[in-house]
Design a protein around this ligand. Structure first.
Ligand code: AMP
Length: 280
């Protein structure tokens, strides 16, 4: 496995590989890797000659400086996991390397970013758009793999790739969960023992909300049910629970409209912000 910290080394190596006819699969991450990330590496390995994983805690997508400071950084362990998964290239640049000049360009993803994560984390998707575009230009992948755990991110990246004619394919991948249903996340390592024991309630609630909607309950009543559910667990601070169209992310009033429905949630638990969703 090759580990590069500079853009120049990464581009030089990958260009040589591409000239030799190799296809490239790309998995962008912020590190603190877990099995969810590794499942993306495995998907890429099945479909490409070379798999590249980037590890970069991107400052421009954090609207909360405390969250950026506390974000776990475990490069050595990440590299061990990537080596074991037979990843071919790790690109782990510093912030200075990625942002030698701070970008002035601003993305506007329209309605896709005025809801949910976009509403509660102003500037977040601009930061994501900037870093992912830069990484796409540096790596020039044939396919890029993104987890559906970050459903809105997948929608935003798809929009960006389409609007800007990036010559690559976006492959959405399913969410990996712990045995108790908790969606795997780098942030889970920051949960106290008590908070970790409560955290599966997020997924439990999503499953119950899905059942309500499937039995014909309205979105408003399902949201009220969710608020009531968390009254039993005051450790949670519910930020949002939205019932939305899977593609447009526009809120829907009833789940029986044609197309896929997504229930998306964000909640703080012991100072850690967790997100999850369920699609049906
Ligand atoms: P992050 O390091 O959190 O930016 O995540 C990097 C990529 O891994 C993103 O495309 C995430 O959606 C994806 N990812 C994070 N958690 C999971 C999970 N539990 N299952 C599958 N993919 C995930």
């Amino acid at each position: 496995m090759q580990l590069f910290n500079t853009i120049a080394e990464t581009q030089y190596y990958l260009k040589t590989q591409q000239k030799a006819g190799k296809t490239i699969g790309f998995v962008p991450t912020m590190g603190a890797l877990h099995s969810g990330h590794i499942s993306l590496i495995e998907s890429s390995k099945k479909e490409n000659d070379l798999t590249v994983c980037s590890i970069f805690v991107n400052p421009t997508q954090f609207n909360n400086p405390e969250d950026l400071k506390k974000y776990p950084r475990t490069l050595e362990k990440d590299c061990e996991m990537l080596e074991a998964a037979q990843c071919d290239v790790v690109f782990a640049p510093s912030a200075e390397e990625m942002y030698a000049v701070l970008p002035k360009l601003k993305f506007d993803f329209g309605t896709l970013e005025t809801v949910m994560e976009g509403k509660f984390r102003p500037g977040h998707f601009n930061g994501v758009g900037i870093v992912v575009s830069k990484l796409f230009h540096m790596v020039k992948p044939d396919k890029a793999y993104f987890g559906l755990k970050d459903l809105q991110q997948v929608a935003v990246i798809r929009q960006m790739v389409s609007d800007l004619s990036f010559d690559l394919e976006i492959i959405p991948c399913p969410t990996l969960r712990e045995a108790d249903g908790l969606a795997m996340s780098s942030r889970n390592t920051r949960l106290s023992v008590e908070a970790r024991a409560l955290a599966p309630h997020i997924h439990k609630l999503l499953v119950l909300a899905k059942e309500k909607l499937q039995s014909g309950e309205s979105s408003v009543k399902t949201q009220a049910f969710a608020a009531e559910y968390f009254k039993n667990y005051p450790e949670f601070e519910l930020e949002y629970l939205e019932i939305a169209d899977f593609d447009s992310l526009e809120t829907i009033t009833q789940a029986n409209t044609p197309g896929k429905t997504a229930i998306c949630i964000a909640a703080f638990l012991g100072g850690v912000r967790l997100i999850d969703n369920i699609v049906f």
